[in-house]
Design a protein around this ligand. Structure first.
Ligand code: PLP
Length: 411
């Protein structure tokens, strides 16, 4: 880092300022985490130099013997972690993994059944501004108005009516466990592929606190940078039968050369997730999310779907009279980073929303537990209600994060 500071102080100051921001505030974005210094070391390595189009042992470039070892380690570790037949660790992101999954299984114009964005689905599950909504005929299912849980009867009814070629389960803002067996049953009934997009929950699957989608789905897509605590990136798992189709869809259909430094960093993260401590981390992530949701509920902020089974809670703010956008801005001013999020059947537009999403992967990596979550809930509630208290809350945040530093000071 000293070298970067001497050669390019402008970029070096960006890196330092971002580290200060991470260390100095509370990070409650559900899709973020703090990677280990070992993951950062792999990311900042000379493996970024290498072109390695193809797969280990079958490359289109010379000199890949060494980077092949990184990819083989990543694949072997992921297979051990999830018990999958086949793993592709090359997708650059969760969205690229999903694009490859669509490409492997479908033709443009095919019908897909997926969760509505407004009820917690992802952009790649059929939004009009994304390839999925533009190139495919997407039918959306949602959650029930009374329970705010996935309506499996509606999913089955829509599947029988529209006969989709693929059904997607998995979401971006759904706090409860997903019944993969129920989705498998519906997919079998209509002869559809089942894609489980577990971008958000893969880390909790790895830690054994949420049921695995692997035994049920034909294809499982994921990201490596959320609760799994790896580098920014994606991956795909599938049955042996689909292995060649998935590999061809990732390269050469969707991507060119893989990012070998990221592949090595994925191997490091899978290795960390294989250690027994990771299960303890995953359990604490969920315990913290529950404590945070309970704390916010006690402050008159209603957790959607009655609470959470995962790392995130979706909070209905209508009881406070504040919109999601206003709450996000007030929390930012108080040193708390979270994001506005539509709640199911939200009367407000997506830019405003009636809710916020909070997640615990970051604060749990910092070592915080349920007691700290009570304090965090109280700070969030005060920040949302009283903009004049921003300075005072920021001081409390500073005190809390000093006790639980995000990264060691020697980083
Ligand atoms: N799928 C789901 C369910 C997600 O939540 C996300 C990201 O939040 C993605 C896919 C896309 O991941 P990325 O941002 O890496 O493209």
């Amino acid at each position: 880092f000293g070298l970067l500071r001497r050669q390019d102080p402008e970029v070096a100051s960006v890196l330092l300022d971002e580290l200060d921001r991470l260390r100095g505030g509370l990070q409650l974005i559900a899709s973020e985490n703090f990677t280990s210094p070992a993951v950062l070391a792999a990311l900042g390595s000379t493996l970024t130099n290498k072109y390695a189009e193809g797969y280990p042992g079958r490359r289109y470039y010379a000199g890949c013997e060494v980077v092949d070892r990184a990819e083989r380690l990543a694949i072997d570790r992921a297979r051990r972690l999830f018990g999958a037949d086949h793993v592709n660790v090359q997708p650059h992101s969760g969205a690229s993994a999903n694009l490859a999954a669509y490409a492997a299984l479908l033709q443009p114009g095919d019908t897909v059944l997926a969760m509505a964005l407004s009820h917690g689905g992802h952009l790649t599950h059929g939004s009009r501004v994304n390839f999925s909504g533009r190139w495919f005929d997407v039918v959306a299912y949602g959650v029930r108005r009374d329970t705010e849980l996935i309506d499996y009867d509606e999913v089955r009814e829509l599947a029988l009516r529209h006969r989709p070629k693929m059904i997607i389960c998995g979401a971006t803002a759904y706090p409860r466990a997903i019944d993969f067996a129920a989705f498998r049953g519906i997919a079998d009934e209509v002869g559809a592929w089942l894609l489980a997009d577990v971008a958000h929950t893969i880390g909790l699957m790895a830690g054994g606190v949420l049921p695995s989608a692997v035994p049920y789905a034909d294809v499982v897509t994921f990201t490596t940078h959320k609760a799994l605590r790896g580098p920014r990136g994606g991956g795909i798992m599938c049955t042996e039968e689909l292995a060649a189709r998935i590999d061809r869809a990732v390269f050469p259909f969707v991507q060119g050369g893989p990012l070998m430094h990221a592949v090595a960093a994925k191997a490091v993260a899978f290795g960390e997730a294989l250690r027994p401590e990771f299960a303890g981390y995953a359990r604490q992530v969920v315990a913290n999310a529950r404590a945070l949701a309970d704390g916010l509920a006690a402050e008159g902020m209603r957790p959607v779907a009655g609470g959470t089974d995962s790392h995130l809670a979706l909070i209905d703010l209508r009881g406070t009279g504040m919109s999601g956008a206003a709450a996000e801005a007030r929390c930012t001013a108080a040193g708390i980073t979270l994001n506005r999020n539509a709640i199911p059947y939200d009367p407000e537009p997506p830019t405003v929303t009636s809710g916020v999403r909070v997640g615990t992967p970051c604060v749990t990596t910092q070592g915080m537990g349920a007691e700290a979550m009570k304090e965090v809930a109280s700070m969030v509630a005060q920040a949302v209600r009283n903009p004049d208290a921003a300075g005072e809350i920021r001081a409390r945040v500073t005190e809390l994060v000093r006790e639980y530093p995000a990264y060691p000071s020697e980083l």
